[in-house]
Design a protein around this ligand. Structure first.
Ligand code: NAD
Length: 289
């Protein structure tokens, strides 16, 4: 396929590289990044013109909206705009509507799996859009990832992503505060892991991504809490979940508190640039007051 790829940052660059490696004709554009091994266009519109699929992998909804307004008018009729960024549900739905009004297909497909998954081609895609568009872009999902789930109409991919990550943020905090309590009660971390990971407190954050160094499978905790999944990205996703909850009048007290705690960690406690599991050393240092 002829692909325009807009947004070649930490995630976009390896995703575009994997598509090119698989034999697709990829033209990239980024306002700053210029990764090697790709053909680069001078503007987003140049990257999009004539493409069968235009993929965007951008920082937020405002940038996605502005790039979409630039590229939709020049895309070829029937081409598909596949947005893999993590953005608010409203922006995803507005961009899909604009694409459809311009005679284009549209799909939101945020990812989980991080930079490692993007590089290895093992991302999970949570897609929102029509079955027809899903079938068309499925071969691209197969190159960039290992799993793609169609979650319903436009915006539902973003909805699935933020609901998942709200659970993730809340359970990471719960796991870390429980470890910090266990420390203070004199419970060995390995014993804590051995019990919880096989009891009703088990979770992905405990079993697969244990925040305690030297305990459980290898995780960012064993690498000085280098991300992994950075605390500021967790905060971004928690904020998106709360924005969506506001709009939908959903009561999400745990998600709200998790957003507040990650905001404090990132903005006032040197959490920026640390893995989101660095919540454990944060709790370790704190008392109740
Ligand atoms: P990034 O900041 O590394 O990359 C974004 C790129 O977009 C940058 O290179 C930037 O120069 C470019 N850009 C900004 N405005 C542009 C414009 N108008 N036109 C063209 N390019 C423009 O971010 P990332 O880590 O690659 O993340 C991309 C998206 O994927 C985000 O929405 C993020 O939330 C999501 N995501 C990231 C991860 C992760 O682990 N990094 C995991 C899952 C999802």
């Amino acid at each position: 396929m002829k692909i325009g790829f807009i947004g070649l940052g930490n995630m976009g660059a390896p995703m575009a590289a994997n598509l090119a490696k698989a034999g697709h004709d990829v033209t990239g554009f980024d306002t700053v990044a210029r990764p090697e091994g790709l053909t680069h266009a001078a503007t987003a519109a140049d990257a999009a013109r004539g493409a069968d699929v235009v993929i965007t992998m951008l920082p937020n909804g405002a940038i996605l909206r502005s790039v979409s307004a630039e590229v939709h008018p020049v895309m070829k009729p029937g081409a598909i705009h596949l947005d893999c960024s993590t953005v608010d549900v409203d922006s995803a739905r507005a961009v899909a509507e604009a694409a459809q009004a311009a005679g284009l297909g549209a799909m939101d497909a945020p990812v989980s799996g991080g930079i490692g998954g993007a590089t290895a081609g093992t991302l999970t895609f949570m897609a929102g859009g029509s079955e027809q568009d899903f079938d068309t872009v499925k071969p691209l999902f197969d190159v960039m990832g290992q799993k793609a789930v169609l979650c319903g109409p436009s915006g539902n991919g973003q909805a699935a992503k933020i609901c998942n990550n709200m659970i993730l943020g809340v359970t990471m905090i719960a796991t870390c505060e429980a470890f910090a309590l266990a420390d203070k009660l004199g419970l060995d971390r390995q014993a804590m892991f051995d019990v919880v990971s096989t009891s009703s407190g088990y979770s992905w954050t405990m079993n697969a991504y244990c925040p305690a160094p030297g305990v459980g499978p290898k995780s960012p905790a064993d690498n000085g809490y280098k991300p992994g999944f950075a605390a500021e990205l967790m905060l971004k996703d928690l904020d998106l979940s709360q924005m969506a909850a506001e709009g939908a009048d959903a009561d999400t007290p745990m998600g709200q508190l998790a957003a507040q705690i990650y905001r404090q960690f990132v903005e006032a406690e040197n959490g920026r640039g640390m893995d989101f599991s660095a919540m454990l050393p944060r709790f370790e240092k704190r008392g109740r007051g």
